[in-house]
Design a protein around this ligand. Structure first.
Ligand SMILES: Nc1ncnc2c1ncn2[C@@H]1O[C@H](COP(=O)(O)OP(=O)(O)O)[C@@H](O)[C@H]1O
Ligand SMILES: [Mg+2]
Length: 243
């Protein structure tokens, strides 16, 4: 459904990403890992049409993605909630853009918030929520528009370990109900192993794909404690150390 075809991106004459290709199928997730500064965020921006590649193209269902569109949801590291809108209105925001009626927006936002355990906070403002709670709202908002594709940029990285694991589980629960194809950037190898059906490792300068690991056991938080998960973590670590 998503095809990244030979993507390259330059900034100020310096090539950051070079010749990045991968595909993402229906009901699949792709975790992207790589050293800080290697171009992971840049890659996500190209996938959603926020930034144009200098070479190559992004195809969604066979059509080029050349500008932001409302069937691609992106969750950023800093949640991206509007502080002057209530939690409910933040979640309903994307639906408004889609032309959904006010009553339906409200209902839909509440269903999504309930799913993420945040319905009680619907009338509160983001500034009164903890980081984990804000991220729950951001996830509710991203799923509310029933996107064709989800992009997540280190969504849990600023959370404490316990909150992080809880949110990974919540994310998995919601994802398993929808099976929205997703690309997740993370610097946590364990998170990559838990959430990524395949794991793309970027490295080098300029960064290119150095490995794409298969992970049929993804979607189970206990995987990282099994021999299979352990072996995959080891392989990932060795790949990253070799960059
Ligand atoms: N808009 C921009 N203008 C100039 N350089 C940029 C811009 N965006 C990113 N870069 C540079 O591109 C490289 C990759 O950045 P980024 O995609 O944010 O990396 P990552 O997300 O992997 O940490 C960095 O060296 C960064 O400074
Ligand atoms: Mg980044």
């Amino acid at each position: 459904m998503l095809e990244a075809d030979s993507l390259s991106r330059r900034f100020d004459g310096r090539t950051v990403l070079d010749n990045v290709s991968f595909s993402l199928g229906e009901e699949e997730t792709l975790a992207v890992v790589g050293p800080s500064g290697c171009g992971k965020t840049t890659l996500l921006y190209m996938l959603c049409g926020l930034s144009a590649p200098d070479a190559g193209q992004v195809l969604l269902d066979g059509n080029p993605v050349s500008r932001p569109r409302n069937d691609i949801s992106i969750i950023l590291q800093d949640y991206g909630l509007l502080p002057w809108k209530t939690v409910r209105d933040n979640v309903a925001m994307g639906l408004k853009v889609q032309g959904v009626s006010k009553a339906k927006r409200r209902r839909e936002a509440e269903v999504r918030l309930d799913e993420l355990g945040m319905l009680e906070r619907a009338d509160d403002y983001p500034g009164t929520l903890s980081g984990g709670e804000q991220q729950r709202v951001a996830i509710a908002r991203a799923f509310a528009t029933r996107p064709r594709l989800m992009l997540l940029d280190e969504p849990f990285s600023s959370l404490d370990a316990l909150t992080r694991e809880k949110l990974q589980q919540t994310m998995l629960d919601v994802w398993k109900r929808r099976r929205v194809p997703s690309v997740l950037v993370t610097h946590s190898l364990e998170e990559a192993v838990t959430l990524g059906r395949r794991i793309l490792v970027l490295g080098g300068s300029p960064a290119t794909p150095v490995a794409c690991l298969d992970n049929p056991g993804f979607g189970d938080p206990a995987l990282k404690t099994t021999p299979e998960g352990f072996a995959l973590l080891g392989e990932l670590r060795r790949t990253l150390e070799g960059i």
